[in-house]
Each structure stands twice: as C-alpha cells, then as structure tokens.
Design a binder for this molecule. Structure first.
Ligand code: MG
Length: 303
C-alpha cells in the first residue's frame, strides 16, 4: 500500500517519511517499537526521538501522496478532533463548517471516512449526520447496531455499576457516563484529589472483575469495559487486514486512546490533533480548527 506509493515519489520530497519507516521491517509489522527514554526537553517527539512534523507546514509532501492515491482511508476520532470538549459529552456540537467539509470529503468516490470513537455508535450518528460515513463506536468494536457481549462480561459490568454508583458522592466533580456496554468515569471537572480517589476505586473494581473487565485510559476519562472491547489499535489492525491494497490511510486523534491507532497505522499519515506531547503520530495539528483546514486542503487535492 503505502510503501508502493513511497517508491514512486522517492527523491522528490524531504525526509519526513523516513525516520520511523527505516525501523520497520514490513508494513505488516504492527508491533510497537521500543521507545528510548531520552529526549530533548520541550521538543515533542516520537519513539526513537524523531520529530512530530506540523502537518500544514508539510502539506505539499502529503498532498503529493493524496494525488497519487485512488483509495484514501480517512479514520477520524470525534471528541477533541472534530468537536471541542465540553464539561459533559452530550454538550458538544459539530460546527457547521466542519460538517460541510467532512461531507464534501466523504462524498468523493476515492475517499472512505470512518469515525473511530469511544462513544456509542448511535451517539456518533446523532452528532455527525453526514452521509457515506462509517461509524465505529466503543473504540472501533461497535460496527453495527444491536451488537451484544457475552453474558459473563455483562454480569461483571452490572456488578461494577452497582459498586461505582456511589462514587460521584464520595469524589465531587466525578461524572459517570453509563454507555450500557461500558462505564466511563470522567475527571475533567474534578479536583486532583477527587480524580485520584476515583482512579483508585476504578483500579480496585477492575482488579476484582479482571477476568471479564479492563480499563482503557484517556487523559480525563478512565473507562471500564468488557475485555472483548480491546481498543482502537486492535480495531484498526483488524480493519487494515481486510482492506485491498494499495490505499493511503490517515488517522487523526487527540487522546491517549489514539496512540494505539497511530501505532497500528504508522506507515500512514498519522496526526496528533492537539497540544504537543510525546506521541507515535508522524504529524501534528493544533486542534479542531486545523483539522477543519486539513479537510479543506484534502478536498482541494481530490480529482
Ligand atoms: Mg478524542
């Protein structure tokens, strides 16, 4: 896929694609490279101390690959990437300009857009309202309506729900979002002490039901999920395995839960949408505003 395209354009672009690719034996190797601990203070970097490139500064080089591809796979996170965060997840709004740009890109026959989010699929459909978009809820696990989990996992989740029910009273500012198939504990509005208490409680509950449940950690949310829901990296690897080559994959995301997806797609155009931090993404955009600009630039390159 991507390697084939790389050979075609070699010699006409800078080294932005090379540092991480050199370490990879093949495009089917989805394992994580060991990350050296040393790094320059304040300089965002990827494993191996390679820099994270501002995507808009390097757009000409990415655009060349876009023009050379007839199958673009655009995977997008939702919260923090397409919409700005609010105190509660149901308060977000997809800005009209972002929706228009997403609609134009998704309408193109060379592009396939998939939203990969921790939200339930129904919630993504409700907020996005753009045709020809695939919605993958619960970190890519929920591919269609009416998906079920085994009874033992659901039973453990019910038990955990009862134990965690009183947590918002003990730890002010904590908000528990019951997604039916998972429990997301939000810390955004909580004091550091309340957040610590909630995390400690979640660790205990997760340990008690470890046979069936596990935690997926984001910056301001810890989520208790059945083990069948394994995260975005696993979901992306499964999707990629089922695709016909060649294709050019993009993944845009802001949170720690997106790092596994960056790793799964590291031969592609992986983009951290948000403030600089150590990441496995190759490129960076500053936030939702630049994501909107990216969609406009991408559309302009499509035939
Ligand atoms: Mg996000």
């Amino acid at each position: 896929m991507f390697l084939r395209q790389r050979r075609k354009v070699r010699g006409r672009e800078s080294g932005i694609w090379k540092p991480l690719e050199k370490k990879l034996p093949s495009h089917n190797n989805f394992g994580l490279a060991a990350a050296p601990r040393r790094r320059k203070a304040g300089v965002p970097s990827r494993p191996g101390n390679t820099p994270v490139y501002p995507l808009l500064d390097h757009w000409a080089e990415v655009a060349r690959r876009v023009r050379a591809s007839k199958d673009l796979r655009l995977f997008l996170d939702f919260d923090g990437t397409l919409v700005d965060f609010r105190s509660r997840p149901d308060e977000v709004t997809l800005e009209p300009e972002m929706r228009t740009r997403l609609r134009k890109v998704a309408a193109h026959p060379f592009v396939h857009v998939a939203i990969v989010s921790g939200r339930r699929r129904a919630s993504l459909i409700q907020y996005i309202k753009v045709p020809r978009v695939q919605f993958l809820g619960l970190y890519g696990w929920e591919k269609e309506a009416g998906m079920h989990l085994p009874e033992p996992s659901m039973h453990s989740l019910s038990q955990a729900r009862l134990i965690l029910g009183d947590l918002p009273n003990q730890a002010p500012g904590i908000f528990i979002e019951d997604k039916g198939l998972s429990l997301a504990v939000h810390f955004r509005e909580a004091s550091p002490a309340a957040a610590r208490k909630a995390r400690s409680c979640l660790r205990r509950v997760s340990a008690r039901f470890r046979e069936h449940l596990h935690i997926i950690r984001a910056s301001n949310v810890w989520e208790l999920l059945p083990r069948e829901i394994r995260g975005k990296g696993f979901a992306l690897r499964e999707i990629l395995r089922g695709l016909r080559q060649p294709f050019l994959p993009f993944y845009l995301g802001d949170d720690l839960t997106d790092e596994a997806a960056f790793a799964a797609l590291r031969m592609g155009v992986t983009v951290l949408a948000g403030p600089p931090r150590r990441t496995k993404a190759r490129f960076r955009l500053s936030g939702t505003g630049e994501v909107s600009t990216f969609l406009q630039l991408l559309q302009a390159e499509l035939p």
